[in-house]
Design a binder for this molecule. Structure first.
Ligand code: MLT
Length: 325
């Protein structure tokens, strides 16, 4: 009798799934979340912060893996070529929208090779100097770099990184060219700024707020049009003369093209749950990181934004002739 029931159950499974084995529900093994910059940096920090509650929601561990280099394009290529089974996810910032114009040869197409899970957070940036840098405020910085431009170093996270774009914008507004020092992420760049090995860095607020508050760095201005609630005493670059200076870093979560809709839906629900988690929200608020409205934490919310950003940045980058190798 038992055998008959088992055979019947097997046949039901076969007709329902096309296989004699019932498909295990997703996820039944750990998931990899690829971060395109070095550990200890802002993208890495956001990924690690949301990976734990997302994993709890999905009932599986999410392992964060850093695949670094070439402004995030090595990681994006890796994910674009991965098995579309939901076990490899990707978090990247607005570099996903600047890469098609910045890189003459790109091994992936942001609009064709990915599924979209949702936008994640928006993060402002701050222009920082090493603690013992001679300029004590923005006016002194402007005066100093005019006279000493050959010896001033400006760190960034490589071609296509937002720290590079922010630095390029700053230099073009000041009409100076400083020596840029590329790192694999602003995590290691910030370590060197704190150690006094580089002079300046434009970084996201994710990791920098405590160092700013403890005066372990010099802070010359925030890159958004309005002051930040986490750093109310730091003036904007706009109010100090760089009118219209406006850089804010958006982030999105992706999966390889062809990932099944039911899997994307589960991951999207887990992402929303993580972003609504009170501990995550409190930690994000400390760093002035904004969770985007839930209507944007959706596949179309990300896809439409990515497309608009590609169309916004493409002409700007091509006009400036700023290309990466
Ligand atoms: C960037 O400058 O693009 C980011 O800060 C990179 C990072 O997360 O390290």
């Amino acid at each position: 009798m038992k055998l008959k029931t088992a055979i019947l159950a097997g046949l039901c499974t076969f007709f329902a799934t096309g296989s004699i084995y019932a498909a295990d529900p997703y996820p039944n093994k750990p998931i990899t979340l690829v971060v395109p910059f070095a550990a200890g940096g802002p993208t890495d920090a956001v990924a690690r912060l949301i990976a734990v509650p997302m994993g709890k929601e999905l009932g599986q561990t999410i392992i964060v893996e850093n695949t670094v280099g070439a402004g995030g394009t090595i990681a994006a290529t890796r994910v674009a070529r991965a098995n579309p089974d939901g076990y490899m996810l990707f978090i990247h910032h607005m570099g996903m929208s600047t890469a098609p114009a910045l890189y003459k040869k790109l091994a992936f197409d942001p609009m064709k090779d990915f599924e979209y899970i949702g936008q994640v957070v928006d993060v402002p940036m701050v222009l920082l100097g090493r603690k013992n840098f001679p300029a004590n405020n923005f006016k002194e910085l402007e005066a100093y770099i005019k006279v000493n431009k050959e010896k001033v170093t400006l760190a960034n996270a490589g071609p296509g990184a937002v720290s590079q774009l922010c630095g390029l914008l700053f230099m073009s507004r000041e009409g100076v060219e400083l020596t840029t020092v590329p790192y694999k992420g602003t995590g290691p760049a910030l370590t060197d700024l704190l150690g006094g090995q580089v002079d300046l860095l434009c970084d996201q607020t994710t990791q920098t707020v405590p160092y700013i508050k403890d005066n372990l760095v010099k802070t010359y201005g925030v890159t958004t049009p309005n002051r930040l609630s986490a750093l109310p005493n730091i003036p904007t670059l706009d109010e100090q003369g760089l009118k219209g200076f406006d850089v804010k870093v958006w982030h999105g979560m992706y999966a390889p093209k062809g990932t099944p809709p039911a899997v994307l839906d589960k991951v999207n629900k887990a992402l929303k749950a993580a972003l609504n988690n009170p501990e995550v929200k409190a930690r994000l608020a400390e760093s002035n990181i904004e969770v985007v409205p839930m209507s944007k934490v959706t596949p179309n919310g990300l896809k439409d934004h990515l497309e608009a950003e590609i169309n916004k940045w493409g002409p700007v980058i091509r006009k400036a002739g700023a290309y990466a190798d």
